[in-house]
Design a protein around this ligand. Structure first.
Ligand code: TXA
Ligand code: MG
Length: 323
């Protein structure tokens, strides 16, 4: 497996060719690093599930270069979904829509819907354009971590997670640290009104402002949802260290909080973000740092607000220790 650190026009083309040949290419997006695979190649997708250690009924998001390619993968697209796509693509948003025949069971985990995203990171965008230029139709890309673990936001983190599982023909594109730092907002668009299945940088407020619905008309509880939605598992987005929310650290425990909250005596500060945006950017790196330092516990003081704080709190809730 190779890490490609200075991506040029020609390395992007080669990476697209590599994807077309059935190899895995990890690449940066504005949210987190994804582990890319040709979404129409069954054998390559099977290899990806193996590398991730992910159950095969857990669906993948297909990444395309622009909205123009949407109807290849999705049908019965509601008016509000078109509005969302125009407003927030390219960007940190995934739409769940009824699938076309192109979206096979091996991508959707046997569901009749498909998750689609148009990422904005220039390397992701360039890779997808080249891939489509070579006849590709879409790149399925889960976050480039082992199943249930912390999503990587740097190429080094991808290497640490997956180098033991990738083949020599697979590769990692290094595009520096991800700008958003938490995964895309997932919106279920298979019903009359949208439903947020996973909060992210595109917030419920932004969605309701755009489509003229009251906030309480946008459901945000994935629990009542019957499809395999993210994070319904006991432990998700979790480091090896146990994560505790809003408790007092003991000597040698890790500590993550906004910069205006002082480090309690004896705790090891892992991140001091200045605001919620920076909190999202730094959170996963800080959780990984806890593992690098072999800490047993990390105490996190969650942020507040109706912006990215909602996504951060969602991930913290899911990765926190349940006795
Ligand atoms: O920001 C992101 O979305 C990143 C980057 C790489 O694009 N990708 C990502 O993929 O987070 P992944 O596979 O780690 O998480 C996607 C989640 C999964 O938990 C999956 O259950 C859910 O999206 N998902 C995918 N397709 C779905 C579908 N048809 N219905 C419901 N949930 C779906
Ligand atoms: Mg993931």
């Amino acid at each position: 497996m190779v890490i490609i650190s200075s991506c040029t026009v020609s390395t992007l083309k080669d990476s697209a060719t590599s994807l077309r040949s059935g190899n895995l290419v990890a690449f940066p997006t504005e949210t987190v690093y994804g582990l890319g695979v040709d979404a129409t190649n069954k054998d390559a997708v099977a290899h990806l599930y193996q590398v991730k250690g992910r159950p095969s009924d857990h669906p993948l998001i297909v990444h395309i270069s622009s909205m123009a390619k949407l109807d290849k993968w999705a049908r019965e697209i509601p008016e509000y979904a078109i509005k969302l796509a125009h407003a927030f693509w390219p960007g940190p948003m995934t739409l769940i829509l009824p699938r076309t025949n192109l979206a096979k069971d091996f991508i959707t985990g046997n569901q009749d819907s498909i998750g689609i995203r148009v990422p904005s990171h220039p390397l992701a965008s360039g890779l997808l354009k080249d891939f489509e230029g070579q006849g590709g139709l879409g790149v399925a890309a889960p976050s480039a971590n082992r199943f249930g673990k912390v999503s990587p936001t740097t190429a080094d983190a991808v290497f640490d997670e997956l180098s033991g599982y990738l083949l020599p023909t697979d590769s990692i594109l290094d595009g520096g640290p991800c700008e958003v730092g938490v995964e895309s907002t997932i919106i279920n668009c298979t019903q009359a009104t949208p439903e947020i299945l996973r909060p992210g940088a595109i917030t419920a407020n932004m969605i309701s402002d755009l489509i003229g619905l009251q906030l309480n008309q946008i459901a945000t509880g994935s629990n009542k949802f019957t499809i395999k939605a993210p994070g319904l598992l006991q432990s998700h987005y979790a480091p090896r260290a146990k994560v505790f929310l809003s408790t007092t650290p003991d000597l040698g425990d890790g500590f993550i909080a906004l910069s205006d909250i002082p480090t309690p005596p004896g705790a090891i500060r892992l991140a001091s973000p200045k605001n919620n945006k920076e909190y999202a950017q730094l959170l996963y790196q800080a959780l990984r740092l806890a593992d690098t330092k072999q800490l047993l516990n990390v105490i996190v003081i969650p942020p507040t607000g109706d912006d990215l704080a909602i996504a951060i709190c969602d991930r913290l809730e899911k990765c926190s220790y349940k006795s």
